[in-house]
Design a protein around this ligand. Structure first.
Ligand code: AQP
Length: 324
């Protein structure tokens, strides 16, 4: 029997290179080793402002993008959170054992509240409870995530411990799995790359779109002219992007070229652009090919059914334990 792995992504836009390098590349790598459940967490998406007319399209698009990244439906279950109602049922049960002040201390709650001051809803506050339900409903032991989610996984462990203490051993304490690129900064070099902050490069964007975004990416701010020497260790283009997409040889040449003012930032971005396309073009091509598949809705339905089967059994076990 394989151990179980769960992870999710919000359908708040296309997958960006932060999501890809921080989480989804790990999903693809780990799907052979674990029984894997990957979830498009649309209930989490409605905690922040969104376009009602666009949401369904974004959900389907996310499904296609995840397949294009390499998730194989013969190995993994990929499904939509709102189609498995056990997630919200369990979230309610877990909310009855979660202390209010565990939630108010969450960094993501504070950040998302400050970005959306006119919409600080209680869904945003209880987000980590729903996330705990997402994970524990499949008895997942491992959760591949980016660094921003580590605090939520720690909270999930606290909730599980409290549940098991009160009702007896039932739920599994989840452990995070992170990549070396656990926090990719955005084009602004100030905030983490984020769909909602519009500081991202999408993995299925065209060559032209990627280059026009790269042109705006903040580099070493102390380097004003091409003739000034730069410091790659203070340059987000080098740290967040080149290091993830370029070869050792290119990295050495760029270090030398930048430090000794032999190449300018635009030359450096042109090399990066070429290297990014090497990695991202196959994903983009696969995305375009899968988009033509008329059976996508059936594949989504199949994933939802597989997830529901497992979730139903675990929720019944939980209800039994808590006296319902
Ligand atoms: N910049 C990042 N670097 C590394 N990992 C990241 N992740 C997100 N941003 C980065 C990881 O990607 C997975 C899916 O994230 P999500 O979309 O569900 O939620 P998020 O963390 O809120 O991502 P965004 O892009 O910032 O979305 P919005 O703007 O909608 O809130 C998670 O494992 C996350 O850690």
């Amino acid at each position: 029997m394989k151990e179980i792995l769960f992870s999710g992504i919000r359908p708040t836009g296309g997958i960006h290179i932060g999501n890809y390098l921080g989480a989804i590349s790990n999903w693809v790598r780990l799907q052979d080793k674990y029984e894997s459940f990957f979830c498009i967490v649309d209930y989490h998406a409605i905690t922040t402002p969104y376009d009602i007319k666009e949401l369904r399209k974004l959900i389907k698009d996310m499904f296609i993008s995840i397949l294009a990244c390499g998730i194989d439906l013969n190995k993994s279950t990929l499904f939509i959170q709102s189609k498995v109602s056990e997630h919200t049922e369990l979230a309610w049960i877990l909310s009855c054992i979660t202390n209010y002040n565990w939630l108010t201390g969450m960094i993501q709650f504070k950040e998302k509240s400050s970005h959306n001051p006119e919409n600080i809803n209680t869904g945003l506050l209880s987000y980590p409870i729903l996330q705990t339900a997402d994970i524990t409903l499949y008895k997942a032991k491992y959760v591949p995530v980016g660094e921003d989610q580590l605090q939520h996984i720690e909270l999930a462990r606290d909730i599980v411990r409290k549940f098991n203490y009160i009702y007896g051993d039932t739920l599994i304490e989840p452990k995070p799995i992170i990549t070396e690129s656990k926090r990719i900064m955005g084009l602004d070099a100030v905030n983490k790359m984020s769909k909602s902050l519009n500081n991202y490069i999408g993995i299925t964007e065209s060559s032209e779109e990627i280059f026009s975004k790269l042109k705006t990416a903040v580099t070493d701010t102390a380097r004003v002219r091409k003739t000034d020497p730069g410091d790659p260790q203070k340059c987000n283009v080098y740290i967040s992007f080149h290091k993830n997409f370029s070869t050792q040889e290119d990295l050495m040449n760029i270090e030398d070229g930048c430090k000794n003012a032999k190449i300018g930032c635009i030359d450096c971005k042109k090399i990066l652009h070429k290297n990014m396309l090497n990695r991202l073009s196959p994903i983009r091509e696969k995305y375009q090919e899968i988009s033509k598949n008329k059976d996508i809705d059936d594949l989504i339905e199949l994933g939802n059914k597989k997830a529901k089967e497992k979730a139903k059994n675990v929720l019944n076990e939980i209800k039994e334990k808590i006296g319902l």
